[in-house]
Structure formats: structure tokens, C-alpha cells
Design a protein around this ligand. Structure first.
Ligand SMILES: *[C@@H]1O[C@H](CO)[C@@H](O)[C@H](O)[C@H]1NC(C)=O
Ligand SMILES: *[C@@H]1O[C@H](CO)[C@@H](O)[C@H](O)[C@H]1NC(C)=O
Length: 379
């Protein structure tokens, strides 16, 4: 009797192993791995079932042809039409992933400041300079700083392949790129943000704070760490969203503007308060709240406004930080050198910097011999 039971047990175990093995094979074969060319039409039409295939195998999103029946559709600019056709698309196959960037989801509280930098594939020179300057992965004041560039794809055919190859090479050397297979355009920036937040929820949910910004800004990340450490009642588990605050504005209705939003995209004439997208700081807590809210808010192509909408829905407010100068620095007189490092020593972030200036400035503000007078309130 006992013998039969043992045999049955063994047989069941062997069967189980066989099934597991077959499943593993199935997943291995059907999963598109990073470092492999992802070709259009390669993605199977099925719902992802495991963590891994979840990331790589989303089916290509179909265009919503009924968008063309919206009143006045035919007279809209091509980019807006394109946006309306794809507005519902929220999942794209991943080409480059960083599952261990934060040491795994469970250990991610060790990351004090996660730098999340929007970068198009062509901006190789900017990424190179950031890696050597303010976005260097390091420990500052006992705080661990990690870096991620977020990217889509550009162009088509050979050109697209070439740029993907470039990012793949960079990934091999630096391990700092998240790339999804969607067109990296101005009107897809919100999509990029949403995809990042989804990645964060999965792979780095407990990072304390994030800097979310562009690849052409000067960010004084040393100062950021010190500022965030000075927040006595916030270890990343409470609300924080701060930067260059913009309030009481609404959609620009003139078709010539880069920011043109017609009524067909948003009917309301006002935007909620938001922080300029060049760069803002937020807590890990707030990032996860925004991710949650985004599930039920239709995508608006202006990414920083969209963040404001998610905050508003959660009943949270963005705040203003005086040292975030997304609209540029105010230099008191034209006789003064606008590249005097003393102006940049005390800021958190300044928008629009050429790579060469950025490289030089980072070194100049760290020069031990730099003398800047006593006033910290020069700006
Ligand atoms: C497609 O577009 C129409 C018109 O705007 C809209 O009513 C519908 O909800 C959209 N479908 C999807 C799947 O988003
Ligand atoms: C966003 O990316 C998708 C996927 O590549 C593309 O089909 C769509 O045209 C893009 N939207 C805009 C507005 O560029």
C-alpha cells in the first residue's frame, strides 16, 4: 500500500517537472529578449502570463479608426490626428530593460535618488556628458544615486536599426537605458512617462525620491540630495512633487504652436497646476500615486500637464521650489558673465544647457578654489 502511494507520488512529481520544463521552453521561445532585434509583427497576440513575457510580448497596438469620425478631424494637423488614432495605446514591447537597476524590487528602498532622464535615441552626446557629470551613479552624503535614461525608437528601416544598435551598445557599457518600441516623438512623451511609472511599480517601487527631467538640463544633484535629506518629515513615503510651478494656464488653441491642443483633444479651457517638465522632484510615494491615477485618465500629449492631472485626481498639489529654474536664470546685469559658476552652485536645476557648457560647469562648481562671496541668496 505504502509502496503504491510512493510510486504514485513519484510519478506525479515527474509529470509535474515535465510540464514545468515544457512551459519554460514555451516561454523561452516566445519571449523577445533584450539585445535581440525586435521586428515589427514579431509580437504574438496573447495576454502576457509571466513577469518576463509581460515585459516583452505586448501585441502591437491597433490604430483606432473611429477617431476619424470626431467632428473637425480632417482639418487637424497630422501630428494631432496621429495622436488621436493612438491615444488608447499604453503598452509597448520593451527592447531594453533594467530589472536589477534598484537591486530588485525588495531592495529598492536603498536607492535614495533615482534620476529618470527622458532621452531620444539620437542624443548620444548628451547622455555621455550626463554620465560623467550630474547623473553619475554614486553615493553622495551617504545617499545612493542611480540613473536611468528612458527612450523610444526613431525613424524606420535601417536608420531605426542603427539607432537601436547604438542604445544596445550603450546598455552593454553602462546599463542605464529603458527602451520601448514606440515612436519617440514630442506627443508621445506622456506615454514615455506612463511606461516608466509602470516599470517603476514593478522594479523599483521603494526608491525614496526621483528626479524626472530632460537630458538638456543642468541639475545640481548634490544639492538635491542635501535638500531632500533636509526634509525632516519625509523619507519618500509621503507626498512630494516640486519644481517650477505653473498655475492658471490652459490649452494653447493656436495651431502654429508646438503645444497646440485643439478642443478635440481637450475640451476644458484650463489645466490643473503642474511643474514644468524640464525637471521636477517627487517622492516614491507620489510616483506610485500618479501611476495609479493614470490608469483612469485619458492620455493628454503634454506630459507635464498630464502629471498635474494625475496629482489633481489624487487631491495632491504640486509645489514651487525657488531653486528650480526651468525658464532660465535671472542674471542681474548684462555686464556679468552668465556662465559664472557662482550662479549655479546653489541652484537645483536650470533648463537648456549645451553639453560642453554642462561639462565645464559641473567641474567649475566642484572646484575647491571657487570663491563665491558670502551670500547664498544671489539668485
Ligand atoms: C476610438 O475613438 C472614438 C472616437 O474618439 C472613441 O469614442 C472610442 O472610445 C475610441 N476607442 C478606444 C478603444 O479608445
Ligand atoms: C506614438 O507611438 C506609436 C507607436 O510607435 C505611434 O504609432 C504613434 O504614431 C506615436 N504618436 C505620436 C503622436 O507620435
Amino acid at each position: 500500500m505504502r509502496n503504491i502511494r510512493a510510486k504514485t507520488f513519484l510519478l506525479a512529481g515527474a509529470l509535474g517537472l515535465l510540464v514545468l520544463h515544457l512551459c519554460k521552453d514555451f516561454i523561452d521561445h516566445k519571449t523577445i529578449r533584450p539585445h535581440e532585434d525586435v521586428r515589427e509583427g514579431d509580437h504574438q497576440i496573447r495576454q502576457p502570463s509571466t513577469k518576463e513575457s509581460y515585459v516583452y510580448s505586448w501585441p502591437r497596438c491597433q490604430q483606432n479608426t473611429s477617431a476619424a469620425s470626431i467632428t473637425g478631424f480632417s482639418s487637424l494637423p497630422a501630428a494631432i490626428k496621429d495622436f488621436l488614432y493612438h491615444r488608447h495605446c499604453r503598452h509597448f514591447p520593451m527592447i531594453l530593460d533594467l530589472p536589477d537597476k534598484c537591486g530588485g524590487a525588495e531592495n529598492s528602498a536603498k536607492v535614495f535618488l533615482l534620476l529618470v532622464i527622458k532621452s531620444s535615441p539620437v542624443n548620444y552626446d548628451r547622455r555621455e556628458v550626463l554620465r560623467k557629470t550630474w547623473a553619475k551613479e554614486r553615493v553622495h552624503n551617504n545617499a545612493l544615486i542611480r540613473r536611468i535614461f528612458i527612450s523610444g525608437t526613431m525613424d524606420a528601416g535601417f536608420e531605426k536599426k542603427r539607432l537601436n544598435k547604438l542604445l544596445e551598445l550603450e546598455q552593454r557599457e553602462y546599463n542605464d537605458i529603458l527602451q520601448w518600441d514606440f515612436r519617440d516623438t514630442f506627443f508621445n512623451l506622456t506615454l514615455k512617462q506612463v511606461l516608466f511609472l509602470e516599470w517603476m511599480q514593478r522594479n523599483c517601487p521603494n526608491a525614496r525620491f526621483l528626479l524626472n527631467g530632460d537630458d538638456d538640463v543642468f541639475a545640481n544633484t548634490d544639492n538635491m540630495v542635501e535638500y531632500l535629506q533636509s526634509l525632516k518629515d519625509n523619507d519618500g513615503a509621503k507626498h512630494l512633487f516640486t519644481g517650477y510651478l505653473i498655475e492658471n494656464v490652459g490649452p494653447i488653441r493656436s495651431p502654429q504652436s508646438k503645444y497646440f491642443i485643439p478642443v478635440q483633444v481637450q475640451e476644458s479651457n484650463s489645466y490643473p497646476p503642474y511643474c514644468g517638465g524640464g525637471g521636477f522632484l517627487l517622492s516614491g510615494y507620489t510616483a506610485l500615486v500618479i501611476h495609479q491615477m493614470s490608469q483612469s485618465i485619458t492620455i493628454l500629449p503634454i506630459d507635464d500637464v498630464y502629471m498635474g492631472m494625475c496629482l489633481a485626481k489624487a487631491g495632491l498639489r504640486p509645489s514651487s521650489h525657488m531653486a528650480v529654474k526651468t525658464s532660465g536664470l535671472h542674471i542681474p546685469s548684462s555686464k556679468l558673465d552668465s556662465h559664472d559658476p557662482c550662479y549655479y552652485k546653489d541652484v537645483l536645476l536650470v533648463h537648456r544647457f549645451l553639453s560642453a557648457h554642462l561639462y565645464l560647469m559641473w567641474h567649475r562648481i566642484h572646484d575647491r578654489n571657487l570663491k563665491c562671496g558670502s551670500s547664498k541668496k544671489r539668485l
